[in-house]
Design a protein around this ligand. Structure first.
Ligand SMILES: [Zn+2]
Length: 402
């Protein structure tokens, strides 16, 4: 048997698979488009493009809409677009104060959004998995009503995630080496239990959401906060993960080497000035903040002009600027993205950040417009988790064939 006869069918199959992805990617970019435009955009023949479009229609990834005139007068053609009643991604969010779920369709639109208050701080994984299963089930019911088919899910966790999908350490939850996906899977409705599920660090997912849905920059440093400080570096459209996947621990970058002692054993870490606990402690809001939405409380107090809060947020902004100036000098990003809870406090953080970045970025003159505020705010990680599922389908539609 010669090599070509052994490889023939396999390479034809992989070619078809690649072409399906090429066509789906073209429809995704062009949005509503004709078969002829797909052929033009992909370099495929009209016959090949038409056949691949039909295959994607049959698989429920595309839908076809009414007739449209195409170029030559009197020659109607139908328009295809990504199916908004087709496959969709489920995103789940383990907040320290809430459980969240969202569903994103193939076009990237957030179709379902659920957020339920839940005190997760220091709670055991089985309790948190139970809350996640509840919001996931609610999302599944809504997805059925909308005709969306959930084909995979992702969970955003405020912690370090190991290479084998284990939550290695989540300080605000008090977890070490937790198989959250295993615990969650056992509690999910049957239809979700069988699907591919992934767990990922919330800061990484927030950065990916920004990459896929944000300003279009492919080189940025993304810094976010909920309970802890998370950072992620995206270089040429790729997330910098580091050897063990733990890159981005900006919270323990020293900003004042002789400063406040940190739980990590060091002194003057960023977290001791810009972490949520540190800011609340600094402005004396700890008592009021035990049960409340702490970020909303801070923003409300700042808006009301409460001096102690304004001072604490200014200090946090300066500490963030010092730490981020180091990151900017190191990786020369196009932008620095302020995200998560920080985005909701941007009005009071930005002045101090701009001052320190301006004084300390030395590789080039610092441009204030290089510091941008994410529009996804605290929803970024969950939307990133759901969008990751959809991105995988667009990149290789054959994954849905199982
Ligand atoms: Zn530290």
């Amino acid at each position: 048997m010669n090599a070509s006869s052994a490889e023939g069918p396999a390479s034809q199959q992989s070619m078809r698979r690649a072409n399906l992805a090429l066509v789906l990617g073209a429809v995704s970019r062009l949005n509503a488009t004709s078969r002829a435009q797909v052929a033009e955009a992909t370099g495929l023949t009209r016959a090949a493009a038409g056949s691949l479009v039909n295959e994607l229609l049959e698989a429920g990834l595309l839908r076809e809409r009414g007739a449209a005139l195409e170029g030559r007068v009197g020659r109607p053609s139908t328009v295809v677009s990504l199916n908004d009643r087709g496959p969709a991604g489920l995103g789940l969010d383990v907040g320290v104060e809430h459980a969240g779920a969202c569903v994103v369709d193939l076009s990237g639109a957030v179709r379902i959004h659920i957020r339920r208050p839940a005190g997760h701080r220091g709670q055991p994984p089985e309790k948190v998995a139970g809350n996640l299963a509840e919001v996931a089930e609610a999302a599944l019911v809504r997805a059925d009503e909308l005709g969306l088919r959930i084909v995979g899910g992702g969970v955003a966790v405020p912690g370090l995630i190991g290479t084998s999908d284990t939550v290695v350490h989540a300080p605000n939850l008090g977890w070490h080496d937790v198989d959250l996906i295993g615990q969650l899977r056992a509690l999910l409705p049957d239809r979700l239990r069988a699907l591919p599920l992934a767990v990922e660090n919330e800061a990484n997912l927030g950065a990916l959401a920004e990459l896929w849905r944000g300003s279009g920059s492919r080189d940025f440093v993304h810094v976010s906060a909920e309970a802890g400080i998370g950072a992620a570096v995206v270089v040429d459209g790729q997330l910098l993960r580091g050897k063990r996947g733990f890159a981005g621990e900006l919270g323990h970058m020293p900003v004042y080497p002789d400063g406040r002692p940190c739980a990590c054993g060091s002194h003057g870490c960023l977290e001791q000035y810009a972490g949520e606990e540190a800011v609340l402690r600094e402005c004396g809001l700890t008592g009021e903040a035990m049960e409340a939405d702490r970020v909303a409380l801070l923003a409300g107090s700042a808006r009301a002009g409460r001096e102690a809060v304004l001072g604490a947020l200014d200090q946090a902004g300066r500490a963030l600027g010092i730490a981020l100036a180091g990151a900017v000098n190191l990786v020369d990003p196009e932008t620095v993205v302020l995200a998560g809870a920080y985005a909701e406090l941007a009005d009071w953080l930005l002045p101090g950040m701009q001052t320190e970045l301006g004084a300390r970025v030395r590789i080039r003159p610092w441009q204030p417009e290089g510091l941008v505020v994410s529009e996804l705010r605290r929803e970024g990680p969950m939307i990133g988790a759901a969008t990751a599922v959809v991105q995988r389908v667009i990149a290789d539609p054959s994954v849905l064939r199982g």
